[in-house]
Design a protein around this ligand. Structure first.
Ligand SMILES: Cc1ncc(COP(=O)(O)O)c(C=O)c1O
Length: 398
């Protein structure tokens, strides 16, 4: 295999992929074909919550592979890993979030959540936030809060309106016509924007007043990344439907939406099979999810994210860093300019530190390492960041 084959035979998503040639990955490091170690401050875009190839996750996968893999479409057979995961998850959630529908990706979970909200309320309008990112299938794409990324794919699903995240005065746009309000608990692609001044609580209250469902997308902040198992716990704002994925299986493809038993029952009648999937709840992935959830909830990883955030914030002080947005291990230093951001990310890639961009905020640098990253690894990576920034000269072209 050559790098050329990657460009020739694999569909590309952008003109300039980083194209690191991976040989293996372990803990906080990815190793390339030449044996160089790359310290991973991105964790597969918040997906490898327990780092690469965590032994407990690998063991759970191997054990399950030896027993059985795919046996039937979702929802027909009783498969222990999926049942145990759903039960354990419910034990960590508010009582209205007791029933889980397992799917294959974050965007598919969002599709299921939108369908459930429409089916339950018999309303069609969905309200999402400007600069929101909920995935790339047609329904989730319809909610994307950036027209230039979606106009080429219109017509999308109708009756979608947008409001500004954190703008209290726009909450009144949620009305009795609204089936659901969909928000990321902490906005990701927009630049790791944390809700302020009781914003989510106010949205929750308005939804209750008009009978709209609140769907919170925790695909990125979920599973311990922000110092709680789910970020809504910081804001006293339990959703009607919780949408999860990414870090849930610590590196395998996964998604789920979670709601009350009553609400979820709407997908089984009128019409029956209201949402179906072949591979959702796949036992190997569910076993990895169960091992991940156990590890995250039975260790100190969650409180440690806040200690680690503190260290990042103490270390990442530099005149070219204007602020650091986000919470826990979902942090976005905002650079003086897009040029600095590009320089830092590309130079870091050459020096064995993995950083990445955010979708809609060109000055932001993504820092979303594995929750298992050590203090020493944080120090090492931050040293590299500072030395790269020190080497930046305005006008530098990469
Ligand atoms: C907040 C949020 N929602 C939804 C998604 C879509 O998840 P997936 O890529 O698994 O479909 C993502 C992925 O980046 C995300 O960050």
């Amino acid at each position: 295999m050559s790098k050329n084959d990657f460009f020739t035979y694999q569909a590309q998503t952008s003109p300039h992929p980083l194209a690191l040639e991976v040989s293996r990955a372990k803990g906080s490091y990815i190793y390339d074909q030449d044996g160089n170690a790359h310290l991973d401050f991105v964790a597969g875009v918040s997906a490898c919550s327990l780092g690469h190839c965590h032994p407990k996750v690998v063991d759970a996968i191997k054990t399950q592979v030896d027993e059985y893999m795919h046996v039937m479409v979702y929802g027909e057979y009783v498969q222990k890993p999926a049942v145990e995961f759903s039960k354990l998850l419910a034990s960590h959630l508010p009582s209205n979030l007791n029933t889980t529908y397992l799917v294959n990706s974050g965007t598919e979970a969002m599709e299921g959540a939108i369908k459930l909200a429409r089916r339950h309320t018999s309303r069609s309008q969905v309200i999402a936030a400007k600069n929101a990112y909920h995935g790339n299938t047609m329904g989730s794409l319809s909610l994307m809060g950036l027209e230039e990324r979606k106009s080429a794919f219109r017509p999308l699903i109708p009756d979608v309106r947008s409001i500004q995240f954190n703008a209290e005065e726009e909450i009144e746009n949620i009305t009795k016509k609204t089936a659901a309000v969909v928000l990321e608990t902490i906005q990701g692609g927009a630049g790791f924007i944390v809700p302020e001044n009781g914003y989510l609580e106010k949205v929750r209250k308005r939804c209750d007043e008009v009978g709209a469902l609140l769907i919170l997308d925790e695909i990125q902040p979920g599973f311990g990344r922000t110092g709680k198992l789910f970020a809504f716990e910081h804001f006293n704002c339990p959703p009607d439907i919780l949408v999860i994925g990414k870090g849930m299986a610590s590196g395998l493809p996964v998604g789920a939406f979670v709601a009350s038993h009553e609400l979820m029952a709407d997908l089984k009648e009128n019409p029956k099979f209201g949402h179906i999937t072949t591979f959702g709840g796949n036992p190997v992935i569910a076993a990895a999810s169960l091992a991940t959830l156990r590890e995250i909830t039975e260790t100190d990883l969650i409180p440690q994210t806040l200690e680690k955030e503190k260290l990042f914030r103490e270390l990442l002080r530099h005149p070219l860093i204007k602020e650091i947005r986000g919470k826990g291990l979902m942090l976005a230093p905002i650079m003086e300019s897009k040029k600095v951001t590009d320089y830092l990310i590309l130079e870091a890639a050459k020096k064995g530190l993995i950083l990445f961009w955010l979708l809609f905020e060109p000055k932001a640098v993504r820092i979303s390492p594995p929750l298992t990253i050590s203090m020493k690894e944080i120090e090492k990576g931050c040293d590299q960041i500072l030395s790269i920034l020190n080497s930046y000269k305005s006008g530098t072209v990469n």
